[in-house]
Design a protein around this ligand. Structure first.
Ligand SMILES: [Zn+2]
Length: 145
């Protein structure tokens, strides 16, 4: 049988040996693939790290929503929303990520308050119109007689 030279220690070993008998280094025909697992892990770890590092985007600014609230129902709440929305990006690009997140939460809160109070006002308005029409109907009825 043929002999090969160990890459690690230079000893003459059998070409069928999986590891060098004198130093234990794996030979070229080694069937144990210790590197394959390592490369798989090395492939997965940067992917996961990249996934967590990727969202380097500013938090939600609520700018569009707060403008809609300003136009459609409640100016004061919408203005507070717009002011905070404009702080989100300016703080973010100034490096104040925590401040940007706070402004985002604040903008979202006021936008929602504006939205829901707008809904409530619209509901009350419709209710008053309906009641007013109803009262007017009965007023007219009583005047008729
Ligand atoms: Zn060797």
């Amino acid at each position: 049988m043929a002999l090969i030279t160990c890459k690690e220690c230079g000893a003459q070993i059998s070409e069928f040996a999986e590891v060098c008998p004198s130093c234990g280094a794996p030979t070229s025909i080694s069937k144990t693939p210790p590197k394959e697992e390592n490369t798989q892990q090395a492939y997965q770890q940067p992917q996961q790290a990249g996934y967590t590092q990727n969202p380097e985007l500013p938090p939600k600014s609520w700018l569009v929503e707060s403008i809609l609230v300003t136009i459609l129902c409640c100016l004061p709440f919408g203005i507070v929303g717009i002011v905070n929305a404009s702080k989100v990006e300016s703080r973010w690009y100034a490096g104040d990520k925590a401040g940007a997140k706070r402004a985002s939460e604040e903008a979202g809160r006021w936008t929602k308050i504006g939205f829901f109070s707008g809904l409530a006002f619209a509901f009350i308005y419709v209710l008053l119109v309906v009641l007013g029409a109803f009262n007017g109907f009965w007023d007219g009825y009583s005047h008729y007689y």
